[in-house]
Design a protein around this ligand. Structure first.
Ligand SMILES: C=C(O[C@H]1C=CC=C(C(=O)O)[C@@H]1O)C(=O)O
Length: 438
């Protein structure tokens, strides 16, 4: 395992093949719970990885950007035979929301930032599935690659993986008074002119009647949230961070960049009023302005939708503005991530004051929640903001939900908004209907 300029001097050998099967998650029957999972059904993107041919870790923001910079700029990979036309990743992982050290034991397992090159990577392609195997370039490396591919060729299931388990009863706890008191404090800071916006988050503890079946939870998340990215990153000690997020941080394909501002929320029944809500427009527009300014030094042409549109999810509706840019020659995905994260959709305005405010008052180790997660490599990246997510170990899950506070917000309404946002994860964890306080 390496930190600091990790890819330097390291070489890998790889092999690939295609299969007629169509569902990477179905491999869980043969290979066990995936080490990583990434699927956006509406974009036809589905990727699973097993094992760890290499892990790159970083302990601080400086190390994290060195690591990400090197993963996004070169890869010494020798293909045995044909190389895939397009390889997602091949590094998968994420990092903490903020530069604070993990306070929580379960977050320690994921570290500050962690990127994995899996031993086996399986992803959806037009005619079925592509499979790649990776091993360090060393004696026996080629044999390892061939035997990994052979195992998958011989027995990867052809069928689609649906959730199979019966519903799991959930016992939930979260402090409403604590959250509302913190929102009041944020409103005071806004009224005093110290902040314009801050996104306050809270956790919900969920105790299951039996250990959560992570593969079932993923199968439910993707079925119930086809517009979102369903993701999983596992760490040593059987800790899993997973969720279904609606927010893209960036998609980089060569020099083409796509990103978005996602902020401003309403219940599905109140979607009509969302576009006209002054509070939600201010909450949203601050994100658009921030992203446009952050991209200017990196891109020549930056364009944004004229007006936000509604993004309708199962439990909540958001305002969304799509943003595209052409990156300057030589700009890497790692520079894009460093420039964008954290946007005011998860931090606030002014950026540094709001992050300081959260550190002081939020009373929460966000860990990887609201941080960048996804895949990265020399040809591009797809990174999401890790929202609507939970840290799961055994029968315990800690969910994370937040809401943007601006002038005109009310603590009771923000509480309800975070309740709404928790439903996607709770439905997937419990497998049944969830009734929440409102
Ligand atoms: C911070 C979260 O959502 C962000 C993304 C969309 C809408 C948001 C809002 O309206 O507050 C938040 O900015 C969360 O889901 O935990």
């Amino acid at each position: 395992m390496t930190t600091h300029n990790p890819a330097k001097g390291q070489r890998w050998v790889a092999g690939m093949m295609t299969l007629a099967s169509a569902d990477p998650l179905a491999g869980a029957g043969l290979l066990g719970v995936p080490t990583l999972y990434w699927e956006q059904p509406l974009e036809q993107e589905a990727i699973a990885g097993w094992g760890e041919a290499a892990v790159m870790e970083a302990r601080s923001p400086t190390e994290a950007s060195e690591v990400l910079g090197s993963l996004s700029s070169h890869l010494e990979l020798r293909w045995l035979g044909e190389a895939p036309a397009r390889l997602p990743g091949p590094w998968f992982g994420g990092m903490r929301f903020a530069s604070t050290a993990p306070a929580d034991a379960d977050w320690k397992a994921l570290g500050f930032a962690r990127w994995t090159l899996p031993e086996l990577l399986v992803w959806r392609v037009a005619q079925g599935m592509a499979v790649a195997a990776f091993a360090p370039e060393a004696e026996g490396g080629e044999d390892l690659v061939r035997s990994r591919l052979e195992r998958v060729r011989a027995s990867f299931p052809a069928d689609y993986r649906h959730p199979r388990g019966a519903p799991v009863a959930l016992e939930l706890s979260s402090s409403r008074e604590g959250f509302e008191a913190r929102v009041e404090r944020a409103l005071e800071a806004i009224a005093a002119g110290r902040l314009q916006k801050v996104v306050m988050a809270r956790s919900v503890e969920a105790e299951g009647s039996r250990p959560f079946d992570v593969v079932d939870v993923l199968a439910r998340l993707r079925e119930q949230n086809p517009r979102c990215v369903t993701f999983l990153f596992r760490a040593p000690g059987d800790v899993a961070f997973l969720g279904a997020t609606p927010e893209t941080l960036c998609r980089v394909d060569g020099r083409v960049l796509e990103t978005e501002a996602l902020a401003g929320s309403a219940a599905p029944g109140q979607a009509d009023g969302l576009g006209a809500s002054d509070k939600d427009r201010r909450e949203h527009d601050s994100v658009v302005r921030y992203i446009l300014a952050a991209l200017r030094p990196l891109a020549d042409h930056v364009t944004a939708d004229q007006e936000p549109r509604l993004l309708t999810l199962k439990n909540v509706v958001h305002l969304r503005t799509g943003i595209r840019a052409e990156l300057r020659e030589g700009v890497t995905a790692s520079q894009v991530v460093a420039a964008l994260h954290p946007t005011p959709a998860v931090g606030g305005v002014p950026r540094d004051h709001s992050l300081g405010f959260l550190h002081e008052h939020e009373a929460l180790d966000r860990g990887w929640y609201a941080g960048p997660v996804g895949w990265i490599g020399p040809s591009g990246a797809h990174m999401a903001v890790a929202l609507r997510s939970a840290l799961v170990r055994g029968a315990h899950a800690r969910l994370f939900v937040g809401a943007g506070i601006v002038q005109g917000s009310s603590s009771a309404t923000e509480w309800r908004e975070t309740e709404m946002k928790s439903l996607a994860m709770l439905r997937a964890l419990g497998g049944g209907d969830v009734r929440r306080e409102s």
